[in-house]
Design a protein around this ligand. Sequence first.
Ligand code: A2P
Length: 280
Amino acid sequence: MNAPAKTDVLEANASAAPAPAAVVPDGVYAETVLSVTHYTDHLFRFRMTRPAGFRFRSGEFAMIGLMVEGKPIYRAYSIASPAWDEELEFFSIKVPNGPLTQHLQRIQPGDQVLMRKKPTGTLVLDALTPGKRLYMFSTGTGIAPFASLIRDPETYEKFEEVILTHTCREVAELKYGFDLIEEIRNDEMLSEIVGDKLKHYATVTREDYPFQGRITDLLENGKIFTDLGVPPLDPAVDRGMICGSAAMLKDTKAQLEKAGLTEGANNKPAEFVIERAFVG
Ligand code: A2P
């Protein structure tokens, strides 16, 4: 008798239709989530495995995605971990109906995240001419590429002083930045390289806090320089990188140009660079 035939058919069907999580588009990495930290209702960080052959320069971004209803959805994400790190870190907003982030915000350790193979970006040290002091101007999740660069020893080989500015609406949104500084201080090797070269200047715009105001206003009225005890922007020694919303990029760029700095690119290094990848 052929009694087991029914079972055979069921098993054959099961192997012909793999679970959705196992479907990975061709030519894309599928990495495993290692940890997730939620900061606020709309901000979280996650770390995932790094593919063996994946190379990038600190400050670059990659296309990160998930399979949603059988289709891959990708968005540009700055890689927040430095180029030497064995894992990859990302810092993300949670948009309630965001095509990707409404799903991405629910990832758990062990889940799979897709990543396209080619990283790119302009917020890289190679796009700047040599200088003395490097400013990294960020708002919101715009701190992510700088999370990478402030943990890269090369940044401190190239610059005597590194100033990370981070402006958010509310104090709770600054926490990721403070955690980064703490992690650097607690890392024996990095803390020795960084020493006292790194300054973290955090301000908020919609709550009480010792440091308040938009970065553009603080540059305009000079308060940032008084607070940090540094001279006003000087194209001979100061370099800048900017990452934030479209409006913030435009207005901060105008401030740097007013001070005499010119915009550079990978193929034409100059005094400051901007990341436009995240802008609509
Ligand atoms: P504000 O609260 O005054 O709008 P967003 O979430 O809208 O991207 O804002 C993040 C931070 O960036 C907020 O502190 C916000 O200040 C600030 N910001 C928004 N637009 C600009 C701009 N054009 N120039 C400088 N900072 C800005």
